[in-house]
Design a protein around this ligand. Structure first.
Ligand SMILES: Nc1ncnc2c1ncn2[C@@H]1O[C@H](COP(=O)(O)OP(=O)(O)OP(=O)(O)O)[C@@H](O)[C@H]1O
Ligand SMILES: [Mg+2]
Length: 561
């Protein structure tokens, strides 16, 4: 009896040990799994941008939780395998290669992704295995049972994770629940990774110049567009440059920061920034402030849009509108003035015939009066040309012929220190222009070049056929695209700075001493060219010479010269 009781007690004790052992093992397994889950979360979080992070994370599951694992992602309507890990490195390699070619067993991950429901195949039977496209592959990898769980994130199911064991009945419902739990941080991290990649792409590839900076003036990040807009050689060069050195007006940065502190964001703020090559660019800046818990501005995120081209365009438009307005005014006055001068000269001529005026100091005052009035009349003629009030007599002519004809006259005007060259394109179209006015244009331009070359120099007068395209219209909105004949007068003289260049077509604008220039030469050229349906552009830099290019509309027929 005692023996029997002892035997029962021993049996119960043994059973207790077995149960305790099982509980202990269960605890160990749970703790291990919890640790693995945490570690996977860390690995994925750290490797936000590195592709290998997923492989490293899955490898933490081998061999305790699975013999092999596969991660599938849903991308643009397709399911793509992104990671395959196997406890046996050799098999891992062969699976990787085979997976490039093979659809996965019965499309389980695809249906898990589609339905969002996990799948547990506790026993992958030999019969099922034989039905696979490459049974040998699965035989070698070993497929006894598997779990496939959806990777869920905020935006939905982003993929599926498969855990497989060689031996059947290795997984049960509890494992399935754990695997679902495990899948959650993986899904989130994959979505974060995608968002991060998209945000980075948006930052880096954007057409705007993006940057992140501190209120102290350090640039923390920027994109390639920022680098090219401000003329840096590389992103690292930009990141080591204090942002304050980019402002043309240092107080503008203080104003921007103050506004950012007060309003949290700034939109459409126009700034003048200095490029590395010294050029100033006009930009529109949008910026958002990042503040710490105490409300102190810690970072500024912003983007810049280049406005320089648009500003130039606006400037050019303003300039041409101003010329139009001045032209209207000057033309009106000149017209009336010209009529008065005609009366003055006519009366003086009559007086001259009818009276013998006394000579004053050897000069006949009437002669002086007539000469001065005629000079005044020629000035008003130029004003009329500028304001396009004169009557032109356009004729179909060949620029090359006109230039050859005027050449000998020019040679007499140009001093020997200056070389004059004709570079005429042999095939150019005809143009419709008043020949007398055209000669005046050429003489005015050549004389300006002579004046700009007090020492030696060369003037080149050239012709060419050109097409003004929609690209030119973008730069000069008033241009009508089409075929033109270009006449260019180029010199190697003193050139002009930007401020002078901007005013040369204004009547009476001159940099020459009193009595030397009237400031009507280029305004006359402008008026004649405009009235002939053409355009005139001037390019110049101090000490780099000047080129004046006139484009007159080509008239269809081409002549062989
Ligand atoms: N080829 C050139 N090189 C340098 N500066 C030039 C050139 N052409 C014109 N300019 C500048 O433009 C100004 C205006 O030229 P514009 O021909 O209208 O008047 P002007 O030559 O001063 O006087 P004028 O009425 O006698 O021609 C000049 O005073 C000069 O400063
Ligand atoms: Mg002149």
């Amino acid at each position: 009896m005692v023996t029997a009781i002892l035997a029962v007690v021993a049996g119960v004790a043994a059973l207790g040990v077995v149960i305790l052992e099982r509980i202990r093992r269960q605890h160990v397994r749970d703790i291990t799994r919890a640790a693995v889950r945490t570690r996977i979360g860390h690995v994925l979080a750290e490797g936000l941008s590195a592709g290998e992070a997923v492989d490293d994370a899955l490898r933490l599951l081998l061999p305790d939780q699975a013999d092999w694992c596969v991660l599938h992602l849903a991308e643009a309507g397709r399911v793509r395998r992104v990671a395959v890990v196997h406890a046996d490195p050799q098999l891992e390699q062969s699976r990787r290669e085979t997976f490039e070619r093979l659809p996965f067993a019965m499309d389980v991950p695809a249906s898990v992704i589609r339905t969002g429901q996990p799948e547990l195949v506790a026993e992958f039977s030999p019969a099922l295995l034989e039905k696979q496209p490459d049974p040998d592959l699965f035989r070698r990898a070993g497929l006894g049972s598997f779990i496939c769980v959806p990777l869920k994130a905020r935006s939905g199911t982003v993929g599926a994770l498969t855990l497989a064991r060689r031996t059947p009945r290795s997984y049960d419902e509890k494992d399935l629940a754990w695997a679902q739990d495990l899948a959650y941080p993986i899904g989130l991290s994959i979505e974060n990774r995608r968002l991060f990649a998209e945000a980075r792409e948006l930052f880096e590839q954007s057409v705007s110049a993006n940057f992140v900076s501190t209120p102290e003036g350090a640039i923390l990040a920027c994109n390639q567009r920022f680098v090219s807009l401000l003329g840096f050689k590389s992103i690292p060069e930009a990141l080591t440059t204090p942002i304050s050195s980019l402002y043309d007006d240092p107080t503008a940065r203080d104003r921007l920061l103050r506004q950012l502190r007060e309003q949290k964001r700034v939109a459409g703020c126009e700034l003048a920034l200095c490029r590395r090559d010294g050029r100033v660019v006009t930009v529109l800046a949008d910026a958002v402030g990042e503040f710490d818990e105490a409300g102190v501005l810690v970072k500024k995120r912003g983007f810049l849009v280049d406005r320089t081209g648009q500003k130039d365009l606006e400037g050019r438009l303003r300039q041409s509108q101003r010329l139009e307005a001045v032209g209207q005014l000057a033309g009106g006055i000149a017209h009336d003035f010209n009529n008065l001068l005609t009366v003055i000269i006519g009366c003086a001529d009559l007086l001259k015939i009818e009276t013998v005026s006394p000579a004053v100091g050897g000069h006949d005052p009437l002669d002086e009066l007539i000469r001065a009035a005629k000079r005044a009349a020629s000035l008003t003629q130029q004003l009329l040309a500028f304001s396009r009030w004169q009557v032109l007599q356009p004729r179909l002519l060949q620029l090359n012929d006109s230039l050859r004809a005027v050449h000998s006259m020019l040679l007499r005007l140009v001093p020997p220190r200056v070389g004059l060259m004709l570079d005429l394109h042999p095939r150019i179209e005809h143009v419709m222009v008043d020949p007398g006015q055209l000669d005046q244009v050429i003489v005015n331009l050549v004389m300006n070049s002579v004046d700009a070359m007090p020492a030696a120099g060369t003037i080149t007068v050239s012709t060419a056929s050109v097409d003004l395209t929609p690209a030119d219209v973008e730069q000069y909105p008033y241009v009508v695209p089409g075929r033109y004949v270009a006449l260019t007068v180029k010199d190697t003289g003193a050139g002009m700075d930007e401020a002078t260049c901007a005013r040369v077509f204004e009547p009476f604008f001159t940099t020459k001493p009193v009595g030397k220039g009237t400031g009507l030469g280029l305004s006359t050229v402008y008026g004649i060219v405009k009235q002939s349906g053409g355009y005139v552009w001037i390019t110049s830099k101090p000490n780099m010479g000047t080129a004046v290019r006139i484009c007159l509309p080509a008239v269809a027929e081409t002549v062989q010269v």
